[in-house]
Design a protein around this ligand. Structure first.
Ligand SMILES: [Fe+2]
Ligand SMILES: [Fe+2]
Length: 246
């Protein structure tokens, strides 16, 4: 699907205040960069980034009224904190006002505030981009997190959820159920991933030592040791020659 990026930007310029518009451009820019890094569709990332806060500048009482009018479900926590509704309303407007019907883009807008368990790549990209875009400066450890985002996206999602819960519990004590569920999912994912990695390391180490003893010729690092005479870099290395002779 072709998206008219200029038209979307012109519309957002009218509907958002300056701060929100600059933030929006920053999220689109960061989402596009993350899409390049992780192999996501660049245009989809740009459109999702541009539209993620398209309903943000509607006053809270109007957000509630518009959700009721369009029969959008409102949870108890959204009644208490209506600004959360900008995600649902934004997803609705992306379809109705911007003709964007791509399910992944719509869900990325829908889940960008709280996150959710098992997000798609695009959802994770928009969720992370919203937090780390260049205009953000309040969250702690942003420089480190920006680096992590381009190295390990799941880890970045986990850190953002963890820090958001920490912030919310100190500030309001009022935590959205979906943020908690998303945190538990990514906390488990990271823990299981680390466990598997440790187990693999263990078995790798055993295999390594075994190969070196039993079948050195199958192991690249061993080949350099056992047949240094055909390896230029090894020939220049005395210690390697000594090892090969041994
Ligand atoms: Fe937002
Ligand atoms: Fe945002």
């Amino acid at each position: 699907m072709e998206y008219d990026i200029d038209k979307i930007k012109q519309s957002l310029r009218r509907k958002l205040d300056n701060y929100r518009y600059e933030h929006t451009i920053g999220v689109a820019y960061t989402a596009t960069s993350l899409a390049m890094r992780y192999g996501e569709d660049i245009k989809k990332a740009e459109v999702a980034g541009l539209l993620h806060d398209c309903a943000k500048c509607i006053p809270d009482d109007k957000k509630l009224a518009k959700c009721i009018k369009h029969k959008i479900n409102i949870t108890d926590i959204e009644k208490e904190r209506p600004y959360l509704l900008h995600s649902k309303l934004g997803a609705f407007y992306a379809m109705k006002k911007y003709d964007v019907y791509d399910k992944d883009i719509i869900n990325s807008i829908l889940n960008h505030t709280t996150g959710c368990p098992n997000m798609t790549l695009l959802e994770k990209i928009v969720f992370v981009a919203d937090y780390i875009e260049p205009g953000r400066n309040k969250a702690k450890n942003l420089d480190e997190l920006r680096k992590i985002a381009f190295e390990d996206l799941d880890m970045a999602v986990y850190i953002i959820l963890r820090d958001t819960l920490d912030y919310l519990s100190k500030k309001t004590g009022n935590i959205d159920d979906m943020t908690q569920k998303a945190y538990e999912y990514y906390s488990n994912l990271i823990a299981n991933r680390d466990d598997n990695c440790n187990q693999k390391d263990d078995s790798c180490n055993k295999e390594d030592s075994c190969e070196k003893e039993d079948s050195c010729n199958k192991d690249d690092s061993c080949k350099k040791e056992s047949s240094c005479n055909i390896d230029d870099s090894c020939n220049k290395n005395n210690s390697c020659n000594i090892e090969s002779k041994e």
